[in-house]
Design a protein. Structure first.
Length: 99
């Protein structure tokens, strides 16, 4: 997906978009497939305990100034029970501290 589709114009401020592009130079490097390690290293994927995920989201928010977060908590072949657990942990332990 081209970065224009991922971060469409008008949905972020110019300042926020510039900060995001500085932090994420790989945005224009698609469409090649990336490994999970590359996705984590580039900040595209955030993985870890609720505290780790919250800290990473807070750090990116401070650096970019974003206001809206859209989380994809089910991915690939993740079974229903783990996807549900992921959503519950995010809703109970991450979101309340981000407000």
């Amino acid at each position: 997906m081209p970065w224009e589709m991922l971060l469409p114009p008008g949905y972020t401020s110019n300042t926020s978009m510039k900060a995001t592009m500085k932090l994420r130079p790989a945005l224009g490097a698609w469409p090649r497939r990336q490994t999970i390690d590359e996705l984590i290293a580039s900040g595209t994927v955030v993985v870890g305990s609720p505290a780790t995920v919250r800290e990473k989201i807070e750090r990116v928010r401070e650096q970019t100034g974003f206001d809206i977060l859209i989380a994809l908590l089910q991915f690939g072949v993740l079974p229903d029970d783990l996807a549900r657990r992921n959503m519950e942990m995010f809703a109970g332990e991450v979101m309340p501290k981000l407000r």
